[in-house]
Design a protein around this ligand. Sequence first.
Ligand code: SAM
Length: 261
Amino acid sequence: MIIAKKSLGQNFLIDQEILELITNLTSIEGKSVLEIGPGTGNLTSLILKKKPKEFYVIEKDNKLAERLAVNYKNKIKVINEDVLKIEENLLFSEKIIVFGNLPYNISTEILSKWIMSIKNDFWFDCLILMFQKEVADRIIAKSNSSDYGRLSILSNWKLNIKKICDISPKSFYPRPKIDSSLLLFTPKDNFYPIKNAKNLEKVTRIFFKYRRKMLKKPFNQLFDGDQKILNKLKIDLNLRPQNLDFETYYKLTDEYENLRS
Ligand code: SAM
């Protein structure tokens, strides 16, 4: 018998309708697939039915990884590791479809890591991921809303994001205390050319340190009150961080990189 480990965010998806919906979001046949945290294999079994060419899974739990390797012998490649330690962009030779009912305690860390790992080329075809609803709301938020922030700006930089649906705790075992949301991410054809993604993280960290305060302080900290940048980007320093749209943060990061080059 499997006892779900809270420390590994183990809430297994047991709702057949949702499992089918997830595997019908993209065409799998003949493609390479990666599943993060397959757990007891509920989603794994359905993905296999769709005949992927290669199928990798990353599972940190030793016992579950062992069980998966036995149950799906020769059908999947089990990587018994912490997903945060894997360099997916180096691991796969062709673009891969990624599925994951992610462990909620590290879901934003996983997504941020993947976005930071995209260089010129995307290593994935699409990401089909489950988050806790509150996190998904932050990922898809637009400017001038209370959920808008660093995660929205980073996620929307290189990815198109589509919310598929919300999912109730009843669809999981054990039942989590929160609602979940399923998101589909696809690569953007064009995205703002920032040289180093760490600079976008830095700029947004400084701007969103005081999200209720006016922009004056963080702007002065980064740009020493440079009026030319304010005029060029049409920024009003009396506004608050959440009032600047995605593009303005990407442009601010560009200016920050120019200042330092
Ligand atoms: N995909 C399964 C399902 O839907 O039934 C399980 C999803 S459960 C929310 C999260 C899974 O991720 C668990 O199997 C857990 O052991 C695994 N996990 C947790 N932390 C992990 C990590 N750092 N790296 C890889 N897998 C992890």
